[in-house]
Every structure is written in structure tokens, then in C-alpha cells.
Design a binder for this molecule. Sequence first.
Ligand code: MRU
Length: 356
Amino acid sequence: MTDPIDYARYDRIRPIRWTGDALELLDQRRLPFEVEYLRCTSSDAVAEAIRTLAVRGAPAIGIAAAWGVVLAARDCDAAGASEASPRLEPALQRLNAARPTAVNLAWALARMRAALVRASAGEGMDWRAALEAEARAIETEDLAANRAMGVLGASLIAPGSGVLTHCNTGSLATAGFGTALGVIRAGVASGDIARVYAGETRPWQQGARLTAWELMQDGIAATLIADSAAAHLMKTGVVQWVVVGADRICANGDTANKIGTYQLAISARHHGAKFMVVAPSSTVDMDTASGESIEIEERDPAELFAIGGTRTVAEGVAAWNPVFDVTPHGLIDAIVTEKGIVEHPQTASMQAMFGR
Ligand SMILES: CSC[C@@H](O)[C@@H](O)C(=O)COP(=O)(O)O
């Protein structure tokens, strides 16, 4: 398969920077009007950045947590890896507890634990260097996965198609290039995608504040819609694919993603549009049988009470703020990972691709 993409174009946005002694995170709470990096020098500062959405998006929080372990290692007084392991565990637990839904967080921490185990087996190995190498590998592999998925996902999209995406799945949410947004970038580069629509993604506005900004940087023409305009848009026939990311994909293909994804899948099916989930295999959780068992994060209802810091809701109003939902596998036409495409996912086809 030829790869027509000039990736350097998309390297301008770097959400995560390791400086050698600190982790710098492009503070997504301040975008699009302020491009400021938050400097974290401890694992607890990284956990707090994840909890407060300074860094967000499933792959990005996994990568940030891995670098958080590197910072914890610097503060850990231990002669070797086996001594360090129990001492680092509380910091790993605090990183893991920062957000519950995206499996990439636990996945990245499991990789860091495994790197420590390998270092303890290797005579005289510098365990801190081993952790740093693992964090770097997690980041590098994510970028490579995104580029592979971009080309794979775009191959499903017929020339002249319109796509609708949700939340932010671009460079900001990953090591670079993006998952669903990577497919859109690849599909625009190949000339197959003719129209791009982005939902604003209430209440945190990842679509309006982040995706629209990323696409502007790329020079990709996109149209922002209110989330509540999606069904009406699909009815007009301009959307052939809804393309979204994922926070956790279960063994049967059920997929947790940003709140509002499920209603897009229902609407796509009703209007004859296809529905594509794009995520690295680090988002696939074959240990969770179905979406019933996914913990859905609920955030402070205050996120619903204000827009841009200005209160818009009367005092005393109650609100419910789940920030993810689960799309049942029956509504998904394709799951795209760097390992390949699973069409019409169900347990058998997921097992064939991901094992177990
Ligand atoms: C490549 S990012 C995929 C998902 O993590 C994304 O769609 C999403 O739901 C992000 O939620 P967020 O709450 O902004 O971290």
C-alpha cells in the first residue's frame, strides 16, 4: 500500500515533551488561545495533569503516565530494580487512579512494571535507564501505530466521501498524527475525503477547541457542528463515515469513547452511514468481555454549568456528567488498529486479530 502522506506537516503539534529532567505537557485546558506547556517534575504532578485534563486522550494519558514513572524513579532511593519495584508501586497506583475509563493508562503502567521486572533479571542493568527506554518506546510505537492506522482506515473510505468525527483524536490525544484524525488526515491527503465535519463535544468542547484548531493548523477545511446537529446533518446525506477514536475496546468489540459517540452510531446506522473506530491495539482490552463491565468516568457536574468560565445555569440545578459511553459492537462497521481491520467486530473476529 502506498503512503502519500507528508508526515512532517503534522509534527508541529507535540503534546508531550520529555526534556531529560521534566515532562512538558501542552496544556489542553488553555487551547486554542494559549499554547503553553505545563512542566511536571514529579509523578504526582503528572497524575494531577491527567486528572485535570491538561493532558487527555487515551494514548496520550498512557504515554504521560509512563513518563510519570520515569519521574518517580528519579525520586526513588533504591540500589536495584527489585528494591525499586515495591517502592515505586504507590506512585504507579496514583497514576493509575487518575482516570478510570481509558485502558491505555493501565496498559502503559503494566509495560513499565514489566520493564522493571526485566531490569531486575538483568545483572548490573541500570533500571532507571530501562524505564526511560520503555517510556520512549511506548511513545514511539504509538506514533508508528497512528501512521499505519491512518493509511489502513483511509483505504475503507470511497472517493468523494464526507466524514464526521467526535471529540479530539489528533496529535494532541496521541504521540502524534492521531487515530481517527489520522485517518481523516490520510483520507484528505489521498483525496478520498471531500468533506470533514467535527462535533463540538460538549461539555469540555474537545471538538470545538482542539480538533477544529488542529485541522486549521493542517489547512484542512472542516465544518464545526453542534453535537445536537449530527442526526440532522446525516439525514442530508453528506456523511458517509463517522470516524471516532476509543478509550477501551472490549473482547466483543463494544467500544467506550467520548460521551455522544453512541448516539452518533445509532444515527449513522439509521441514515445508512458507516461507523469506524480507530485506535491502537493498546486500547484493546481482551480481558473485558463486553461494555457492561467498563467503568464510565463521571466528572464534576460543574462542567455543565458554565461555558468558557461563565455560569449559564441557574444556581441549584442538578446535573449528571458521564464523560464516556459505550457503543455496542453491532453498530460498528470497522475497528481499525495498527494490526489490521476487524470488520463487523464480534468476539470471534476480535480473538482472531488480538488473541486470547
Ligand atoms: C485518540 S483519543 C481517543 C479517545 O481517547 C477520545 O476520543 C476521547 O474520548 C478522549 O476523552 P478525553 O476525556 O478528552 O480524554
